[in-house]
Design a protein around this ligand. Sequence first.
Ligand SMILES: [Fe+2]
Length: 203
Amino acid sequence: MNFINSFTLTGKQKEYLKDLTEKIKSIMSSSLYQHSINTLEYASTIAQKYLSDIEFFDLGVACILHDYGKVFNYEELVKIAKENELEVGSFELNSPLLLHSFVGDYLVLRDFNVSSSKILKAIKFHAIGYCNMNLADKILFIADKVEKSRNYNGVKKLRNLALKNINLCLLEVYKNNIIYIIKRNRFLHPDTVKIWNNICGGV
Ligand SMILES: [Fe+2]
């Protein structure tokens, strides 16, 4: 967690981020915990190039908690979404791989009392992105897919690209994601084309 010291956060903010990591350590599987910390670590490496300290605090919280929804199994997530009448569409409800993000914002508010709309939005859309993503959300989206435990062809190039050209990196990471899904004959989220065109500079 030393990398957090590269930012000028207040003592209270550092304490808060440390506390959050302790909490998720006791709740998550060790691999999910490690992925969350790795995402925070790589996001902080990218953020040092692009973000101010104030923005980093929100990004740090979002990184640590972005996969909290994965603590719950698919059936539990469906039940939570229905019982609480969350605004989750039928595609997401029927998507075991994506539902954790679309219920994640509700769970983070409920269980960690995080109410910042910026952080909640970052968590809700970390899996599929959205049009005109802000810089912090681009960083979370990328760090999630290129953190050090990720191991696929071209991941090192993407890690380096993130430090050189964040928008080009987002385009390459998004492209990889789409190819990964199609190769496995899985459904694409209906917003994917819209988001892809937006990232390409289209409509
Ligand atoms: Fe993740």
